[in-house]
Design a protein around this ligand. Structure first.
Ligand code: FE2
Ligand code: FE2
Length: 277
C-alpha cells in the first residue's frame, strides 16, 4: 500500500506568486528521473532473482517512485502550463537507458547494490527536505514533504536488506565506503543532467553534459542548508557501518559542506563560460 496518493495533495492551494523560478527546472528534471523508477525495478529484479521478498519490496518501491514523478510532473505543469510532462518524459526515455540487461549488480555484490540504493535514498530524502524547507509555494512544500518521508522509508528498506546480505557477503568497511562515495559522485553523471536537458531545453538543442549538470547542480546545491548536509552525512555513515553521530560524523559533515560549496561555485562558473563549439 502506498502511504499517500495524488488525491491527498491540496492542488487548489497553488500560489503562482510564491513560485521560485529557480526551483521549477529542478522539479521538472526530478519528475522524469523519479518516473523512470519502474526500469530500475526491472534491473533489481534481475540482480535479486532468487530473493522473492526483496523483489516484491522493490516492485512496491518503484510504484512509489513513479508516484513521486507524477506528483512533481503535475506540479511542474501547474507552475508552467506551457510544459508538457509526457513529451519531455518520452524524450528522456528515448535518450537515457539503465543497464536493464545486467545479470548481476554493477556494484559487484548485492550488499554493494543495496549500499548504492541507500546513497540514492539519502540524497533524495535530504534533497526533497531541502526543497520543502526552501519553497514558499504551499503545494510544492506539501509534495516535497510527502516524497521526503517516502525516501526516508526507502532508505530504511534498502538498509535492512543490506544488513541481511552483509552477513553473507562480508563486505569490509573500506569496500562499503568506496561504493558509497562512488555512487554519490555518480549524481553528476547523465541521469540528472539529461533529465535537466529534456525538461528545460528546447528540442533542437544538442545535449551538453557539462552545461546541463551545471544548470542542475548550481541551482540544486543552493537549496541545501547545514542541517540537511549534517543529516545526510549521518545516513551515509550508517549505511557503510560507521557511527552516524560523534566526532567522525561532525568532521565528515564539515568536509561535505565545504565540498558542496566549492562544487557549487565550480558549477556557477561553468555556466558563465561561453559554450564550447
Ligand atoms: Fe523518489
Ligand atoms: Fe526513493
Amino acid at each position: 500500500m502506498k502511504h499517500w496518493s495524488l488525491d491527498d495533495v491540496a492542488w487548489d492551494s497553488f500560489a503562482a506568486s510564491k513560485v521560485d523560478p529557480d526551483i521549477v527546472p529542478l522539479v521538472k528534471a526530478a519528475a522524469m528521473v523519479e518516473r523512470n523508477g519502474l526500469d530500475y525495478a526491472v534491473y533489481l529484479g534481475r540482480v535479486f532473482l532468487d530473493d522473492p521478498d526483496f523483489r516484491q519490496a522493490a516492485d512496491h518501491w518503484a510504484v512509489e517512485e513513479v508516484q513521486h514523478g507524477d506528483a512533481l510532473g503535475k506540479w511542474s505543469m501547474i507552475a508552467d502550463p506551457s510544459w508538457d510532462f509526457e513529451a519531455a518524459f518520452e524524450r528522456y526515455r528515448n535518450g537515457y537507458k539503465l543497464p536493464l540487461d545486467a545479470q548481476a549488480s554493477i556494484r559487484g555484490s548485492r550488499t554493494g547494490e543495496l549500499i548504492a540504493r541507500c546513497m540514492v535514498e539519502t540524497g533524495t530524502s535530504s534533497y526533497y527536505t531541502a526543497l520543502a524547507d526552501a519553497t514558499e509555494e504551499p503545494v510544492l512544500k506539501q509534495v516535497c514533504k510527502l516524497i521526503a518521508a517516502d525516501e526516508y522509508r526507502h532508505f530504511k528498506l534498502f538498509y535492512d536488506h543490506m544488513k541481511r546480505y552483509l552477513e553473507r557477503e562480508k563486505l569490509g568497511v573500506v569496500s562499503r565506503v568506496r561504493i558509497a562515495l562512488g555512487r554519490i559522485t555518480e549524481s553528476e553523471d547523465d541521469e540528472l543532467a539529461y533529465a535537466f536537458h529534456c525538461g528545460n531545453e528546447p528540442e533542437g538543442m544538442d545535449y551538453d553534459h557539462k552545461r546541463c549538470i551545471a544548470g542542475y547542480m548550481s541551482r540544486a546545491m543552493g537549496f541545501y542548508k547545514w542541517k540537511h548536509v549534517e543529516r545526510s552525512t549521518g545516513m551515509v555513515l550508517k549505511a557503510v557501518g560507521l557511527p552516524p553521530r560523534g566526532r567522525l560524523s561532525d568532521g565528515a559533515a564539515k568536509l561535505a559542506w565545504t565540498l558542496l560549496q566549492r562544487r557549487r561555485k565550480t558549477f556557477e562558473k561553468a555556466l558563465e563560460l561561453p559554450l564550447a563549439a
